[in-house]
Design a protein around this ligand. Structure first.
Ligand SMILES: NCCC[C@H](NC(=O)CCC(=O)O)C(=O)O
Length: 446
C-alpha cells in the first residue's frame, strides 16, 4: 500500500469578510457583531498560515471563496431588478439578509465536508460529503458551490467520490469535519472515526442544550459513515456535552483535536465521556493515546476564549507533531501551563507554533476551522486538480491578488455598495483563472 499523507486545504478568505453576529451560540461571532473588519488582513493572515504550514513540511492546498453577496439567493427570496437597485432594496428592507448573503463564512472549510481516506473505505476510493450546514442560514447557502468546487478538484471518479450533501433538513443537519476526527497509528494505517453530534432526534431521553442550538445530528453522522463505506466496528458516535454547547462550544473542534495516534480533548467535551473513550480505545487498539485536559487546568470558558483546542495538530516529515495554535493562546497563563505539561509528557507533540489569524478568530474561527484535512496517497495527490496545491510561488501570486482586489476595512453599511459586488466578482474571476478551476461561480455560469 502506498504512503498516505495529510493535505490541508485552507479556505481563502473572501473579499466581503465582515462581522455580522450571524452564529447564535458562537461567542466570538456574537461579541464582535457590527465591528469593522479588514478583509485584506484576513486573507493575508490565512495565506501566511498556509506558508508557515507548508514550510513545516505539511502538504497544503487552497479552496477558493464563494461569490458574495449571493444575488442568486436574494432573487430566490423575492428581491428583483437591476443589481444596484436590488442591493439598495435589501439593505433598506432586510439588512440581516444582506449580511447573511454576504458572509465570507466558506473560509472555515473544516465545515466544507467530511472526508474518508481510501485506506478506510470499502471501495478504496476517497470519499467526501459536503456538509449541508443546515442550522445557520448564511452557511446553508454554501453547499451547492462547495460541491461544484470539490468536484472540480477531485474530478477523477476512479479515485474520488464527492457525494451530494445530505438532505437539507433539521433531521440530517451536518456541520462536516469540524465534528469528525480520524485517528490512526499513522496516516497510512487504517483509521478509527470519531463522529461527534449535538443531538439525537431518535433519543427523547438524551439531554439537550438549554441555551444554544445543537447544530449537528447523530442521523447525519451515521449517514456520512454509511456513504463513506466505513467499517462500522471502526466508527464511534458520541454526543457533545450539552453544557459545553451552552458554554459556546458550537462545534466539537472547539474542545478537542486529534491527529494520527493522539487525541487531545477536554474532560467535559462529551456526554458519557469515559464510556466513549473506552469504546474508542477498544476500536483503535493500544496505539491510541488520549490526553484529557481537566476543568481544573482549563475551564470550558477559557477553552472557548483561547481556542486552544482549535489548534492544528500536524505531523512533520520527521514524524514529530506540532501544535499550531492561535496567537491568542499565548495570552492565557492557564493555557501556557497546560502547553508546558503537554510538551514535557511522553507523547508525540514536540513543538508549538503560534499563528496570527485574528480576523477569523473574531468570528469564532481558529486555525483548525480554516482547514479541511484530506489524507491522500501520492497517486491521489497527483490526480487531483494541481492548480490548488500550495507552493511558495502560488502564495506570492495570491498575496499580490489580495493586495490588488481587497479592501482594508468593511462595515455592514458597505455591503450594499454595488462597487463591492463588482470588485468581488473581478477578484473571483481572476482567482478561478489563477487556480485553473474554470467556471465555478454562479456569475460565470449564466
Ligand atoms: N468552524 C468555525 C465556524 C465559524 C463560523 N462563524 C460564523 O459564521 C460567523 C459569521 C458572522 O457572525 O459574521 C460559524 O459559526 O459557523
Amino acid at each position: 500500500m502506498s504512503l498516505i499523507r495529510e493535505v490541508n486545504f485552507d479556505g481563502i478568505v473572501g473579499p466581503t469578510h465582515h462581522y455580522a453576529g450571524l452564529s447564535f451560540g458562537n461567542v466570538a461571532s456574537a461579541n464582535n457583531a457590527g465591528s469593522q473588519s479588514n478583509p485584506r488582513a484576513a486573507a493575508l493572515q490565512g495565506l501566511e498560515k498556509m506558508r508557515a504550514l507548508h514550510a513545516l513540511g505539511v502538504e497544503q492546498a487552497v479552496l477558493p471563496p464563494q461569490e458574495r453577496p449571493d444575488l442568486a439567493t436574494l432573487r430566490r427570496l423575492g428581491f428583483s431588478g437591476r443589481e444596484g437597485d436590488l442591493l439598495a432594496r435589501v439593505a433598506a428592507q432586510a439588512p440581516a439578509l444582506l449580511s447573511a448573503c454576504s458572509s465570507a463564512s466558506s473560509m472555515w472549510c473544516a465545515n466544507a465536508a467530511t472526508v474518508a481516506p481510501s485506506s478506510d473505505t470499502d471501495d478504496a476510493r476517497v470519499h467526501l460529503t459536503p456538509a449541508n450546514l443546515h442550522d445557520r442560514f448564511h452557511r446553508a447557502i454554501e453547499p451547492p458551490t462547495t460541491t461544484r468546487v470539490l468536484r472540480a478538484i477531485f474530478s477523477d471518479t476512479a479515485r474520488f467520490v464527492v457525494h451530494e450533501p445530505l438532505p437539507a433538513h433539521a433531521a440530517t443537519a451536518d456541520e462536516g469535519a469540524a465534528n469528525h476526527t480520524r485517528l490512526a497509528a499513522n496516516h497510512t494505517a487504517s483509521g478509527v472515526h470519531l463522529f461527534v453530534y449535538g443531538r439525537d432526534d431518535a433519543d427523547a431521553q438524551a439531554p439537550q442544550p438549554q441555551r444554544f442550538p445543537a447544530r449537528h445530528t447523530r442521523a447525519a453522522s451515521e449517514a456520512v459513515a454509511r456513504l463513506h463505506r466505513l467499517d462500522p466496528a471502526r466508527c464511534v458516535f458520541a454526543q457533545q456535552h450539552p453544557a459545553a454547547i451552552d458554554a459556546g462550544v458550537f462545534h466539537h473542534d472547539v474542545i478537542g483535536v486529534g491527529n494520527e495516534s493522539l487525541l487531545l480533548l477536554h474532560e467535559d467535551a462529551l456526554l458519557d465521556q469515559e464510556r466513549v473513550l473506552a469504546e474508542l480505545q477498544h476500536a483503535a487498539g493500544d496505539w491510541l493515546q488520549i490526553v484529557e485536559v481537566s476543568r481544573d487546568e482549563l475551564s470550558i470558558a477559557e477553552a472557548v476564549s483561547s481556542y486552544l483546542f482549535n489548534s492544528q495538530l500536524v505531523t512533520r516529515p520527521d514524524g514529530q507533531m506540532v501544535l499550531v495554535l492561535p496567537q491568542e493562546c499565548s495570552q492565557s497563563d492557564a493555557v501556557c501551563m497546560l502547553l508546558d505539561r503537554i510538551l514535557a509528557e511522553h507523547n508525540p507533540v514536540s513543538d508549538l507554533m503560534f499563528v496570527e489569524v485574528r480576523e477569523s478568530m473574531r468570528n469564532g474561527g481558529g486555525p483548525a476551522c480554516l482547514r479541511l484535512r484530506v489524507p491522500l496517497s501520492i497517486e491521489e495527490l497527483g490526480t487531483l486538480h494541481q492548480g490548488v496545491r500550495y507552493t511558495p510561488a502560488l502564495g506570492e501570486r495570491l498575496g499580490g491578488w489580495v493586495r490588488r482586489h481587497y479592501r482594508d476595512r468593511l462595515s455592514e453599511a458597505d455591503l450594499a455598495d454595488p462597487a463591492l459586488l463588482q470588485e468581488s466578482r473581478d477578484a473571483l474571476d481572476e482567482l478561478s483563472q489563477l487556480l485553473g478551476l474554470g467556471n465555478i461561480y454562479p456569475f460565470q455560469l449564466v
